[in-house]
Ligand binder design. Structure first.
Ligand code: PLP
Length: 375
């Protein structure tokens, strides 16, 4: 049996039962299950607002769009961001007609607060922080820095569903926290995400904007008995970004298992650490102190990474690379060379297989291969 990087697991009968309710009711779109999941997520994530979207990518764009217009940022104002992420993070900045300014990484592969501080200019408006693999890195210092310097903070929490720090969930400090429930994330649906604004007015505006600028959702209109349902207003140009009840049905089931799944992920990580201990050729990326990571990824750093990957593939083991330094891509190449730590990580990082179907002997087998081919 090949060992893949990610294999999502679904509680199939329960998911199908939830979807069936939507189909029977004839309500698959916005409202109904999306409202139920938003309420469940607010409770789980300990955040005051949550709006269900079709992906994390659109949520990152919405976060910047809302903050940019609320605070009157100009085109080409700057957002300090990481080069070590999925391109969604940085595309969202460009979609908002803002400028990504790349800062370098710390040993956790998250933004290094001192590098962020060094890149603040009079045009800096916000910082985009990514908790790589579920790790909080030096998130607390970034929160303090943003407060001191009057910068907005957006947390790309695509890997952080269930991450806790100091015993509580991440947030509520950022102006917006954006989660992903894409097919291979810790809470897999097919595609969906959640945006959690700190301020109620941003949450209300995001709800309008995610449905084309219409000021009332269909569910509220249908539920409003006797009201003139067709009499909605369109207050500004919005987007088609909201989530639907089919995805929310899956998410509601998956949420019940999230903490249990995450603790098995931490168990797998502990088994990897134990087996790899004492082998200097494989350097494990550590979790920040005080962070109970959702452990979306288990990452190690090795010399001759590409050759090692191919050697593992020969044994039907298929690890991944998260991420390549985004400044290696043509469209962000204006910043190439500005983040040496990210450039190094880009060439030596490996994400080892991590999912619910793995057992301890799989972890040992993958670890032993890694040790053998990095000697
Ligand atoms: C997966 C991912 C995204 C995008 O999430 P979608 O829900 O697929 O849009 C953004 N940022 C990071 C770090 C991711 O891993």
């Amino acid at each position: 049996m090949p060992i893949q990087l990610f294999v999502p697991s679904f509680r199939i009968d329960e998911c199908l039962a939830g979807i069936r309710v939507c189909l029977e009711k004839g309500w698959t779109g916005l409202g109904f299950k999306t409202v139920e999941f938003e309420d469940a997520w607010k409770k789980y994530a300990e955040l005051p607002h949550a709006h269900f979207l079709s992906s994390n990518t659109v949520g990152l764009h919405l976060a910047l769009h809302v903050l940019k217009s609320r605070f009157g940022w100009a085109d080409d104002d700057e957002v300090i961001t990481t080069p070590f992420t999925f391109v969604s993070t940085n595309h969202a900045i460009l979609h908002s007609r803002l400028r990504p300014v790349f800062a370098d990484l710390d040993e956790f592969l998250c933004l290094d607060p001192s590098s962020v501080a060094a890149r603040i200019t009079p045009r800096t408006r916000a910082v985009m922080f990514v908790g790589i693999g579920g790790n909080t890195g030096q998130y607390d210092k970034i929160v303090d820095l943003c407060q001191q310097r009057g910068l907005k903070l957006i947390l790309d929490a695509a890997h952080m569903a269930g991450t806790r720090t100091g015993g509580r969930q991440v947030g509520p400090e950022p102006d917006a926290v954006v989660f992903s429930f894409q097919a291979v994330k810790n809470l897999p649906t097919a595609d969906s995400g959640m945006i959690c604004f700190k301020d109620q007015e941003d949450d209300e505006r995001a709800r309008k904007l995610s449905w084309l600028g219409i000021n009332k959702d269909t569910y509220a209109r249908t539920a409003a008995q006797g009201a003139y349902k067709w009499m909605y207003d369109v207050e500004e140009v919005g987007f088609k970004y909201h989530g639907n009840s089919i995805m929310a049905s899956i998410a509601l089931v998956q949420l019940k298992w999230l903490d249990q799944d995450n603790s098995y992920r931490r168990q797998l990580a502990a088994w990897y650490r134990a087996r790899l201990a004492g082998h200097d050729s494989v350097r494990v990326v550590e979790v920040a102190p005080g962070c109970e990571s959702a452990t979306h990824l288990f990452q190690v750093r090795v010399e001759r990474r590409d050759a090692v990957m191919l050697a593992l593939n020969e044994h039907q083991v298929y690890p991944g690379v998260h991420y390549r330094d985004n400044t290696e891509y043509r469209m962000y190449s204006y910043a190439n060379g500005s983040c040496p730590n990210a450039a190094r990580a880009s060439s030596d990082i490996i994400s080892l297989p991590l999912h619910m179907n793995l057992a301890r002997n799989d972890v040992n087998m993958v670890s032993d291969l890694l040790i053998r081919y990095t000697k």
